[in-house]
Design a protein around this ligand. Structure first.
Ligand code: AMP
Ligand code: GLY
Length: 419
């Protein structure tokens, strides 16, 4: 496993259950992953380090969690070394690595998304904004750790966003180009499919909460909680998303000589005229992955290996009918400045609650103590019959955790419960 977040802990948890998993290592992992895998001190972005470790240790299969090593070509390098890996090649990972590439691909293959322009010139971007009017969205083309999207209510805000990205270089070279895009309205959902190069099998859909504070207020974060199923993604809607979005995208990628393998994560906006893509990601969602794996009934490792080997079969994925929900606990101050090294107590009591797993994100062990070591620190995840029951269980477990330096939202799941 490559990565160190809550997503990677959840993936390790699911993979370690497989009878085919004889031995599991994680680069670099965290204090929670250390209970399931041998953690090795190699950064997730250290492509040479990961390839070297895998070759020297006779690793049979590598699962890549985050987007940065995928875009940097880790799977290509493992492939060259004859090591099977789950995740797209660098050329396929462009779907997340370049928003301009993604928009052009959608345009070429008729995948519904907002109208847009691509610009490498500040004045041309501003002229487009004046022509289209607000509200409008300005995005850095490249990877910006989830911060490169600026939703603008006025033309002035949008022109300032162009300056911030292109002139101020707020996201470095990720802002050499911008995409200026129509603001879409509706309800957002996270849709996931496993793809083996040709076939796509949908997974369960989820919804996340990006804002830091209750009532979806405050700055955007990597995600403060999530749940599955997503009531807005009915069975019919899932079919529509597969037909209009996922299938033409993977056919388009194959036609362009960039066959897609791995998990394809479509952020979709479901509005009056159906679903439209906001973004593609080439990895599992974090924190969506945490509740998703808790609903899995079948052997996840089998499905991931089959996907990498190009022989995925829908029968390999079976799910529990119930719901799951994750509450993220973050260090006070996140997504701004926060302290590291504060002690967290009560984790065993929370983990012992029925139907609950506490996935670690930014944690590190110090002797017998668990210390916070990042912004998003824990993902307290519960499975139960309904989203309401899962929410109750998750917050009961949260209340067993003694971490005065952390905070969480108290309303994860409100949209599903409001229906
Ligand atoms: P991204 O970094 O591409 O995941 O975008 C972050 C978030 O910005 C998305 O999850 C949406 O909530 C929002 N967003 C992105 N593009 C649009 C758009 N065209 N219209 C409305 N919201 C958007
Ligand atoms: N939860 C949003 C993401 O993983 O991008």
């Amino acid at each position: 496993m490559v990565g160190s977040g809550g997503r990677e802990h959840a993936l390790c948890w699911a993979i370690a259950k497989s009878p085919r998993c004889a031995d599991l290592s994680c680069a670099p992992g965290n204090a929670g992953i250390a209970g399931l895998a041998r953690c090795v001190d190699i950064g997730a972005g250290d492509v040479d380090g990961v390839v070297g470790f895998a070759a020297e240790n006779g690793i049979d299969f590598v699962v890549v969690g985050p987007e940065v090593p995928l875009v940097a070509g880790l799977v290509d390098r493992l492939d060259d070394a004859g090591i099977l890996a789950f995740g797209p090649s660098a050329r396929a990972a462009e779907l997340e690595g370049s928003k301009g590439f993604m928009k052009d691909l959608c345009a070429r293959y008729g995948v519904p998304t907002g109208s847009y322009g691509r610009f490498t010139d500040v004045d041309a971007a501003k002229a487009y904004i004046r022509d289209k009017g607000a509200p409008i969205v300005v995005k850095a083309d490249g990877l910006a750790a989830g911060k490169g999207v600026i939703l603008c209510r006025t033309g002035g805000e949008a022109e300032a966003a162009v300056d911030k990205i292109m002139t101020g270089r707020a996201f470095g070279s990720a802002g050499d180009e911008v995409v200026v895009e129509e603001m879409l309205e509706g309800e957002e959902a996270s849709f996931f499919a496993l793809v083996d190069g040709r076939r796509a099998v949908p997974l369960v859909a989820a919804q996340d909460h990006k804002a830091a504070f209750d009532g979806d207020r405050g700055p955007n974060t990597g995600g403060m909680g999530a749940y599955t199923p997503a009531p807005v993604v009915t069975g019919d809607m899932a079919k529509t998303i597969m037909e209009r979005i996922i299938t033409p995208t993977i056919e388009g990628m194959a036609a362009e000589g960039r066959p897609y393998k791995g998990v394809l994560y479509a952020g979709v906006m479901i509005g009056e005229d159906g679903p439209r893509v906001l973004e593609f990601n080439v990895r599992f969602g974090d924190p969506e992955c945490q509740p998703m794996v808790m609903r899995l009934k079948s052997d996840f490792l089998d499905a991931l290996v089959a996907c990498a080997e190009g022989r995925l079969d829908p029968a390999m994925l079976e799910w529990h009918d119930d719901a799951a929900l994750v509450v993220v606990m973050a260090a006070k101050g996140y997504p701004g400045a926060y302290e590291k090294g504060t002690e967290i107590r009560g984790l065993e009591k929370a983990d012992a609650a029925e139907g609950v797993v506490v996935f670690h994100a930014g944690t590190r062990a110090d002797g017998g103590r668990i210390l916070a070591n990042g912004g998003r620190v824990l993902g307290v995840t519960a499975r139960a019959a309904t989203v309401a029951d899962a929410q109750k269980r998750a917050y009961e477990a949260v209340d067993r955790i003694d971490w005065p330096d952390g905070f969480c939202r108290r309303d994860i799941g409100w949209r599903a419960l409001g229906r």
